[in-house]
Write a protein that binds this ligand. Structure first.
Ligand code: FES
Ligand SMILES: [Fe+2]
Length: 371
């Protein structure tokens, strides 16, 4: 990379990556014996919770004539389509009953499936595994067994607290993700009197290394502008605090801050809802502030402010993006964004032939920017 490097033209194409787990809904939005609509990667879903409280997810279209199953009845175990009354097992999607069949008609009802998707629930969210789309017109079968478990918020002790935040962003998933990893917008977007002003901008240098399907900002003393760091300083001396930030495909940013036995971590995801809408979900876990009654609320306030500032920025950005302007990525501040696009491309290249994914980074890299 020479010092006169020209900016790279870049228009995110917003391809959505199939074959991964995605956060579908916050757990509290789905009550027992109830159905809730959701959308992931432009796939309409119906998400529910059976009589035992176990979550399930199905494509929100009856395999008979496409009626949304979310319009049907749910008895805590089976969904009944509102059009012709076909019944489906909520977890497997297997058809249980076709009321119009007469006793001598031998149609194999159990070979018919509504499209069930693998579902997992932890850390206050229902996760859904979105498989590669099958061949057109192939019809649904049993839900695909995911090759890996759903991601979790990193935790480092048995007792901890958890909180989450969510915000809809009117931009495609790529803008959501590169906005999340963008170090240069901080002084301009995230100003607050108790936080920082644009004049606190200064030069920074950070080491990055490749990790499977992503990259890591290596363990370092957090930026003095980091919120959890400011709070952790109340508990530990500055030098003992280290932070690690990982980005992993398709959309996972995890941050871990540790100071002796105290820790704070978060797992943020940017989920493609449609081609031009995404949603950011932040789940944080910590074992600090256990004696501070307002700790969780303070944290929610701080994070809520940031997420709202980002959301508002992206709302405005969406105005500018409407007419498809030419965009660019510059070094070094946009290098993480470049790695993201390269990782995504490498994944899409490797996927069809099941080959090894070629990582775009060959080793550790140090980046410099002012923020
Ligand atoms: S459309 Fe669902 S039963 Fe006919
Ligand atoms: Fe931000």
């Amino acid at each position: 990379m020479n010092s006169f490097a020209t900016p790279t033209r870049q228009t995110p194409d917003a391809a959505m990556l199939f074959g991964f787990w995605y956060r579908a809904l916050a757990s509290e939005r789905v009550r027992h014996n109830r159905l809730q609509k959701a959308m992931l990667l432009e796939i309409p879903l119906v998400i529910g919770r059976d009589a035992q409280g176990r979550a399930f997810a199905l494509r929100d279209a009856c395999p008979h004539r496409g009626m949304p199953l979310s319009c049907g009845l749910f008895d805590g175990q089976q969904l009944e389509c509102s059009y012709h009354g076909w019944k489906f097992d909520a977890h497997s999607g297997q058809c249980q009953l076709i009321p119009s069949l007469t006793a001598d008609q031998k149609l194999r009802v159990d070979r018919i499936y509504a499209g069930a998707l693998a579902c997992a629930e932890h850390d206050d969210y229902i996760w859904v595994f979105v498989p590669e789309p099958g061949p057109a017109g192939a019809g649904a079968t049993k839900p695909e067994e995911p090759p890996m478990p759903a991601p979790r918020v990193p935790t480092f002790s048995s007792a901890y607290k958890l909180a989450y935040l969510t915000a809809d962003m009117p931009v495609n998933v790529d803008h959501g993700i590169i906005g999340l990893m963008d170090p240069a917008h901080g002084p301009f977007v995230h100003q607050a009197w108790w936080w920082r002003s644009r004049h606190s901008i200064h030069e920074k240098q950070k080491a990055f290394e490749p990790i499977p399907n992503g990259f890591r900002m290596s363990a370092h003393t957090p930026s003095s502008n980091s919120a959890p760091y400011k709070l952790l300083r109340l508990y530990a001396d500055a030098e003992s605090i280290t932070t690690t930030i990982d980005f992993v495909l398709p959309n996972l940013r995890s941050e871990t801050i540790r100071a002796g036995k105290y820790w704070f971590s978060s797992l943020t995801t940017v989920t493609p809802i449609t081609r031009n809408r995404c949603r950011i979900d932040v789940v944080a876990a910590w074992n600090i502030f256990r004696w501070l009654p307002f700790g969780p609320r303070l944290l929610k306030f701080v994070f809520g402010k940031f997420v709202e500032q980002d959301r508002r920025t992206m709302e405005l950005q969406a105005e500018g993006l409407k007419h498809d302007p030419h965009l660019m990525l510059i070094d070094d501040a946009d290098r993480p964004a470049k790695w993201y696009f390269q990782l995504k491309q490498a994944y899409m290249d490797a996927r069809p032939n099941g080959g090894e994914m070629r990582h775009p980074m060959s080793g550790p890299v140090t980046l410099k920017w002012r923020s």
